[in-house]
Design a protein around this ligand. Structure first.
Ligand SMILES: [Zn+2]
Length: 256
């Protein structure tokens, strides 16, 4: 009896030690990307990246999951993508880039509740905006040439249909029209009309950046309308068939 009680106490002692170690973060189950530590964020200011864009409270940041190689398996860790990364890809910091990244952040929150975006598992419809289309391609991994990125010019800029293929779930997101500043639109039309002064170009940048700053200083959900779309019929490809994407086809290959 005494022997059994001793064993019992020893067992509880070991469970206690184990729990303390787990809660203290000394041990974590190995392997899955959803538990991995995100890479360091690069938000150092640059001439093309003002400090406030990296540090504002609602600046969107993304954790992306990819494969490790051509014909590779899923990576064990994620990558962190910041607006700076998007700017490097797109070429400049503009209102459309921040707006589209905000829209996709809100949509991904519905599609990926655990916060990690699987870039091997997404399709997207955007309009042909240089800015929004680039953000769509970079953040989803979808590509026009593989028919996973579709262009529909009846959508507004920063309006998207995004599909998580494996979950058969499609989300529609767009800017709340009340959020878009009239003065940005007016200034854009003035420049596009061809009747503008050099000051108008500078003014447009000021207005766009001020708009972007407002977007990242309040909860993104307040600026966008997002909803799940059931039975969304995916549009036919607009690009002729150039061959299927195959590099991610082995993402679930067994380890042994
Ligand atoms: Zn742009």
């Amino acid at each position: 009896m005494r022997h059994n009680r001793g064993l019992h106490m020893k067992r509880w002692f070991l469970i206690g030690i184990f729990s303390v170690l787990c809660l203290g973060g000394f041990w974590a189950p190995q392997g899955t990307a959803e538990e991995s530590i995100p890479a360091r964020k690069d938000i150092e200011p640059e001439w093309y990246f003002p400090e406030w864009l990296g540090t504002s409270p609602y600046t969107p940041v993304f954790k992306a999951l990819d494969t490790v190689n051509k014909y590779g398996r899923y990576a064990q860790e994620t990558k962190t993508i910041t607006l700076k990364d998007l700017i490097k890809f797109h070429g400049h910091f503009c209102g459309g880039l921040v707006e589209s990244a905000g829209a996709l952040r809100v949509a991904f929150d519905l599609l990926f509740p655990k916060g990690i975006i699987d870039r091997t598992d997404l399709r997207i419809v955007s309009n042909n905006s240089a800015c929004g289309g680039d953000v769509a391609a970079y953040l989803t991994g979808a590509r026009l040439r593989f028919a996973s990125h579709h262009i529909n010019n009846s959508l507004t800029e920063s309006e998207f249909f995004i599909r998580r293929v494996s979950a058969r779930k499609t989300v529609h997101v767009k800017l709340n029209p009340e959020v878009y500043p009239v003065e940005v639109k007016t200034q854009m039309k003035k420049i596009e009309s061809g009747k503008f002064t050099p000051q108008d170009i500078d003014r447009f940048q000021e207005l766009q950046w001020a708009y972007a700053r407002r977007l990242v200083n309040k909860p993104l959900k307040e600026s966008f309308i997002v909803e799940e779309v059931r039975d969304f019929k995916w549009p036919d490809p607009i690009c002729r068939d150039l061959g299927a994407r195959k590099d991610n086809d082995y993402k679930d290959a067994p380890l042994k």
